[in-house]
Every structure is written in structure tokens, then in C-alpha cells.
Design a protein around this ligand. Structure first.
Ligand code: T46
Length: 132
């Protein structure tokens, strides 16, 4: 349903440097990068799946909890380090909860933004995963 990818931080006394390269430590061509900032614990996000999109989510600062669902089972993952990326493929319902005040998420995506790739209705998601 998901994979946690180890990402090497180049750390020294000056801080940490994280380098992400397509088809090296990111297993797809990167067409888009977006960031989620100024997040709030009271306002969970996500609540959708994607038909095709692959994404790698990196928590650059703070922490948050992902609830992932493949239509058959749910799993929970905390992201709290830039040294681990959460790899999400298609047909995984995702919810993001419990953002810390300093949480910053960076997401690398395999395609451009396309609203028609989203499944935002949970019943539709269940019907699609049931047919798979
Ligand atoms: C995902 C999770 C982890 C754009 O116009 N361009 C973009 O690249 C994105 C990502 C979103 N949008 C628009 C679509 C909505 O009108 O921005 C608005 C907020 O997006 P959304 O409600 O989908 O945001 P999240 O945080 O619930 O979900 C986002 C991604 O959309 C989604 O692909 O997997 O982060």
C-alpha cells in the first residue's frame, strides 16, 4: 500500500542537505513539486486517492500522521524526519492528520496537476478498489 524510502541526509555542522533525483532516490520522473505549509492540527487534509499519480512525500520539518487505505485495510504512518520519504502509488486513499505547528511537507509528483486524476468520493474509491 505504501513504501518508506530511506533518504540520505548530508549533514554537517552547518545543517542538513537533502538531494532528490529522479530515477535515483525517487523512483519516477518528477513532473511537479508542491509544499504544504502553515498546517493546522484541527484541519486534516487529503481524503482522496489518485487514479494514476505516484508521489513521494517528505516531511521537512515537524511531524504528521498519515492514514492510508487500499480499500481493504487501513494503516497509519507517522512522518517525522526528512530522512524517510513516503511513497504513495495509485488507488491509496490518504488522509493527513495531527500536523505539528512546524510541519512542512514537500511532495514530488510523477505528473502535472490534473483534477480528473483524483478520486474524492470514498464510496467511488471503494467501488473502484473492489473491482480491481
Ligand atoms: C495529495 C496530498 C498529499 C493545485 O491547483 N495544484 C496542485 O499541484 C495541487 C497539489 C493542488 N491544487 C489545488 C487543488 C485544490 O483546489 O489546490 C487545492 C488544494 O488541494 P487539495 O485539497 O487536493 O490538497 P490536499 O492537501 O488535501 O492534498 C494534496 C494533493 O492534492 C494530493 O495529491 O496526495 O496533498
Amino acid at each position: 500500500m505504501y513504501q518508506l524510502v530511506d533518504l540520505k541526509l548530508l549533514s554537517d555542522i552547518r545543517g542538513d542537505l537533502l538531494s532528490l533525483e529522479q530515477l535515483k532516490n525517487v523512483p519516477f520522473d518528477i513532473k511537479r513539486v508542491y509544499c504544504l505549509t502553515k498546517l493546522h492540527a484541527d484541519y486534516p487534509r487529503g481524503f482522496h486517492a489518485h487514479r494514476q499519480l505516484q508521489q513521494l512525500v517528505v516531511c521537512l520539518s515537524g511531524r504528521c500522521r498519515f492514514v492510508l487505505d487500499d480499500g481493504h485495510q487501513k494503516q497509519e504512518v507517522w512522518l517525522e524526519s526528512a530522512s524517510q520519504g513516503l511513497l504513495l502509488g495509485s488507488h491509496v486513499w490518504r488522509e493527513m492528520h495531527n500536523f505539528s505547528e512546524d510541519c512542512v511537507l514537500m511532495v514530488l509528483a510523477s505528473d502535472f496537476y490534473d483534477e480528473s486524476d483524483y478520486i474524492r468520493d470514498y464510496q467511488e474509491f471503494l467501488a473502484i478498489t473492489d473491482m480491481k
